[in-house]
Design a protein around this ligand. Structure first.
Ligand code: CMC
Length: 444
């Protein structure tokens, strides 16, 4: 039981012990039987506990959902204590070894690995929906030259809602499917346009001959050459990074997509909500913050002072710690293996890698971090790979949003099909004044 409970604490573990709780309300002396299913009690079962007829009933309080399951999901399994991540039951290690990002996107969305014909069809559909309406391009041009690419991405994904008004027909299977294909297909195009906009370069249109990551590299880097030929090592590294970021169960942005989507708004608007959540430095913005932190540390010699600053709570060790992983984030382990490969492919020698490696080593040798189970997360090394690919720091979170689109969509579809779904509407504990008399301005 303890082990099962621990798994659930660490996020995603399925505890199978069913049973019940006998709960005595000491305010009234009443005892209630509360069902336990999947290691979980239903918050609504507590509402019956009242001190009087007109009492609202007992609520549960969990401001950051640290111990509250908001849905049932069959997409991603995490055992944070053991450092395990699986999509539809397949381990992240095996998927990174043998699969491609588009196949993993299919797996997340459809629930099973595709046969060759299904994968070909899926790849064809996504490849042939990568273009965006020219007016989206014009919209992009309206941004300041230095607009943050995440702000541009979030606005243009929201704007797509107006280009596909029929996407709000949520009961129409074809509409749902087309929205899924369009969003996965167009996200790299919007991301690359944002990048080119910042540089004042003309936008590069998608090339249907290239792979999903190869096409993205072409839209970023193509200059005067007739045809851009991506380096297969970079294409593969990007594909692996995107597999690693494809889904991560009920994180902040996915919870946002589900909450916004539960209002039955169209998927473009729901995903814009997810992008906004991902933009924050505690979520997708962390890889950007890691690089800025490594820049600030500057040299290996400064690491002890920096770590002291973290312990004195003047600093945060960005790229460390995770709400569900209380062990090494399995994604960080895989990324770390690809850093050297990418540096070799790009011929760059990044001094920040030395600082990052030493910082990790010292933090993992330090009781302050081990006691709190703070280990590197996915963002600790991903920024170094992006930097080696000459992707500017501002683009890092965008690089996260592209693959996470597949996860958001899989979760959005699952939410729509779940018969327990209702509009998300948390309760509050009201702490303000009541029944005040309005005071006119001249008497305040
Ligand atoms: N540096 C220093 N101390 C930390 C850090 C950190 N990065 N993360 C947590 N702690 C400490 C925290 O101060 C607390 O200490 P104490 O118990 O003495 O008060 C303890 O560890 C527990 O932390 P918490 O704030 O209760 O943990 P949380 O689950 O609320 O926060 C987190 C998780 C990811 C927001 C946090 O670890 C953090 O801010 N990390 C840095 C930002 C980062 O790398 N984010 C990327 C997450 S991975 C990408 C994704 O999946 O979104």
């Amino acid at each position: 039981m303890a082990e099962e409970r621990n798994q659930a604490d660490d996020g995603g573990g399925v505890a199978t012990t069913d049973g019940s709780l006998s709960v005595t309300d000491n305010r009234t002396g009443e005892t209630y039987e509360i069902e336990v299913n999947d290691g979980t009690v239903r918050a609504m079962d507590f509402r019956q506990m009242k001190v009087s007829e007109d009492d609202f009933g007992l609520m549960t309080y969990d401001p950051a959902f640290t111990n509250t399951a908001s849905c049932r999901s069959a997409i991603t399994y995490i055992d944070g204590g053991a450092g395990v991540l699986e999509h539809r039951g397949y381990s992240i290690e095996q998927l990174c070894e043998g699969s491609s990002f588009l196949e993993v996107a299919y797996l997340l969305v459809h629930g099973e690995l595709p046969e060759q014909g299904a994968l070909d069809y899926w790849t064809y559909a996504i490849t042939h929906h990568t273009y965006v309406h020219e007016n989206i391009k014009n919209l992009m041009e309206g941004f300041r030259y230095d607009a943050h690419p995440m702000a541009m991405l979030l606005s243009t994904v929201g704007a797509l809602s107006s280009f596909y008004p029929s996407a709000k027909n949520l009961d129409d299977e074809t509409e749902r499917y087309m929205a899924v294909v369009r969003l996965i297909a167009k996200m790299p195009t919007l991301a690359a346009f944002a990048y080119r906009h910042n540089l004042g370069l003309p936008y590069v249109y998608p090339d249907n001959d290239l792979s999903y990551p190869g096409n993205f590299l072409s839209m970023l880097y193509k200059m005067t050459e007739f045809k851009y030929e991506p380096d297969p090592r970079l294409e593969r590294a990007l594909d692996v990074l995107w597999i690693l970021h494809a889904d991560h169960e009920q994180n902040c942005s996915t919870a946002a997509v589900r909450a916004v989507g539960s209002s039955q708004v169209d998927p473009y608007s729901a995903l814009a909500g997810g992008i906004a959540a991902l933009y924050g430095p505690l979520h997708g913005g962390a890889n950007e913050a890691v690089l800025r932190m490594l820049d600030r540390i500057g040299t290996v010699e400064n690491i002890p002072d920096f770590l002291q600053g973290v312990k004195d709570r003047k600093e945060k060790l960005m790229g460390f710690g995770h709400r569900v992983y209380k062990n090494y984030d399995p994604r960080a382990r895989i990324i770390k293996r690809h850093v050297d490969e990418v540096l070799e492919a790009t011929g760059s020698d990044n001094p920040k890698l030395e600082i990052a490696t030493e910082l990790e080593k010292r933090a993992l040798d330090d009781e302050y971090f081990t006691e709190r189970k703070l280990y590197p997360n996915v963002d600790f090394y991903s920024g170094l790979i992006y930097e080696a690919m000459s992707i500017p720091t501002d683009m890092f979170t965008v690089m996260f949003a592209i693959p996470r689109t597949a996860g958001w969509l899989a979760q959005w579809l699952e939410m729509l099909d779940d018969e327990e779904t209702k509009i998300a509407r948390p309760r509050q504990i009201y702490t303000g004044d009541r029944e005040q008399d309005y005071v006119p301005m001249d008497r305040r």
